[in-house]
Design a protein around this ligand. Structure first.
Ligand SMILES: Nc1ncnc2c1ncn2[C@@H]1O[C@H](COP(=O)(O)OP(=O)(O)OP(=O)(O)O)[C@@H](O)[C@H]1O
Length: 470
């Protein structure tokens, strides 16, 4: 029997190998939204191994990579009658990419301007017929998240994204989900923390229930009995035994929603439970063992609260077995197609026709900053779907919701020059500490890797200089 040689320094699992590799900044082309057919979701294509992209009409969305006479080409077909058979090209040009219209019937638009030929910049939106695409110049991606991905299947769940750095973070969370490690979900309001907590529970393989506790709603006087239950007759009104949240989650997952709002006495009580894995119900005499997996979520700055003494450091440490930062919707606009498809499906009235968008409405969706995130998108679409009187949602239907008015007040202002300087200093110090590992910096700062990369770019920090010193 002959044995295959095993090369030193590699594992035999290519998927594992792909995950281990340091993320690289790579260029991508995304299909963000088929305005009139949102059921088609979206797709991403990595541009690093190709020289030219040909885009034209086809019976369905397909992409193929072709090598011809030394040139590497991506052929992208899009099912849209408003797109010409040979509509446009993306051509590698130096370190970047240029867009060219290929003599199409309906023309091509980049950021709303009709163009024949233009150098693309990071974040540019390309509009061809009813399809909105987006060019990203350099998104951090592992080999796994750099692979082409077409999310045409409607069975895409909450753990799906087209955005490579977010896909890498979700891949880590998916693997953590299977172990009994506590998970802390951080992110702005409406980014989907509760949805993700349910996803973690579903992946955990734990057979008990997912029990959600709204920490802000725990009342000081009833705290112990709400969390740990009580025995019949423990106090006036205790007419029967009650298990409480913690015991109800036995064998399953305890989801501590808005954990930043947990009152101090509840923090102490909960810490005890997590340390000893047992509870004594109010009026009871002996402790009862519990088998818990805890997932906590907050939109509050838990680290800062712990420094200010508003949140127990020991509890914060217990909850942060693994921290996962959810990106705000404005940082994952490339996912608009898959999110819109899911949200329209949910708000669909039985028997009503499938809804789509006019191109103007589609553009409005991808250009908004969505400060209230997916929740705001969901509510906006719910209202628009009810207002639409044909198969297409128009811009006016989207603008009519009151949520748009909230925007201007709630968008966080950019940091001042002094704050920017401090932030830069902190990032540099952490890059030094973690020898250029963006994941390490992200972990320490409680931010997503995509955010760290954005800061690194904004402050012109050369990460390689810190990697070189290790
Ligand atoms: N991936 C997703 N796909 C579709 N809908 C989503 C997704 N993520 C979140 N939503 C929807 O967005 C809304 C807000 O989600 P969720 O309540 O999970 O956010 P949250 O971060 O927990 O908000 P808060 O911090 O305000 O509690 C919900 O209606 C949810 O169904």
């Amino acid at each position: 029997m002959t044995q295959k040689p095993i090369s030193l320094g590699t594992t035999q699992d290519p998927a594992r190998e792909a995950r281990r590799a340091q993320p690289l900044a790579r260029p991508f082309l995304f299909v963000v939204l088929h305005c009139d057919q949102p059921a088609l979701g979206g797709a991403r294509y990595c541009l690093s191994q190709i020289d030219v992209v040909h885009i034209g009409r086809g019976p369905e969305r397909v992409a193929s990579r072709v090598r011809e006479g030394g040139a590497r080409r991506l052929e992208l077909r899009l099912p849209d009658v408003a797109i010409s058979k040979a509509h446009a090209r993306l051509v590698r040009s130096g370190d970047g990419w240029a867009f060219e219209d290929a003599g199409s019937r309906n023309g091509s638009f980049v950021n709303d301007s009709r163009v024949r030929k233009v150098a693309l910049e990071d974040g540019d939106f390309i509009e061809l017929g009813n399809v909105i695409l987006r060019y990203r110049a350099g998104l951090p991606s592992s080999p796994a998240s750099a692979a082409d991905l077409d999310l045409q299947s409607p069975e895409v769940g909450a753990l799906s994204t087209l955005v490579p750095p977010l896909a890498d973070d979700l891949d880590v969370l998916t693997r953590i989900a299977r172990a009994p490690i506590p998970v802390l979900l951080l992110g702005e309001s409406g980014t989907g923390k509760e949805v993700l907590a349910a996803g973690v529970h579903a992946l955990s393989g734990r057979t008990g229930p997912l029990v959600a506790v709204n920490c802000g709603a725990l009342t000081a006087s009833l705290l112990e009995s709400q969390l740990f239950g009580h025995v019949k007759g423990a106090f006036t009104g205790a007419i029967r035994d009650e298990p409480g949240y913690v015991r109800r989650a036995n064998g399953g997952t305890l989801f501590l929603d808005e954990v930043g709002d947990l009152p101090m006495p509840a923090q102490a009580a909960l810490l005890r439970v997590l340390e000893v894995s047992e509870v004594v119900p109010v009026g009871g005499t002996s402790p009862i063992k519990v088998d818990l997996r805890v997932v906590a979520a907050t939109h509050k700055p838990l680290d800062r609260m712990a420094i200010r003494g508003e949140f127990r450091v020991d509890l914060q440490a217990r909850l942060s077995g693994h921290r996962h930062m959810l990106a705000p919707l404005r940082d994952r606009i490339e996912d608009m197609g898959i999110l819109v498809r899911e949200l329209l499906r949910r708000s669909k009235v039985p028997g009503a026709p499938e809804l789509g968008f006019t191109v103007e409405a589609g553009k409005l969706l991808v250009q908004q900053r969505w400060p209230l995130n997916i929740r705001e998108l969901s509510q906006t679409l719910g209202v628009a779907a009810a207002l639409a009187d044909g198969p297409l949602i128009e811009s006016a239907h989207l603008e009519s919701t009151h949520l748009l008015e909230v925007r201007h007040d709630s968008v966080a202002p950019p940091e001042s020059e002094e704050e920017g300087g401090k932030l830069r200093g902190r990032i540099v110090a952490l890059l030094e500490k973690h020898r250029g590992s963006v994941s390490g910096v992200a972990r320490d700062m409680g931010k997503s890797r995509i955010q760290i990369h954005r800061w690194v770019q904004r402050f012109s920090i050369n990460i390689d200089a810190y990697r070189a010193r290790s």
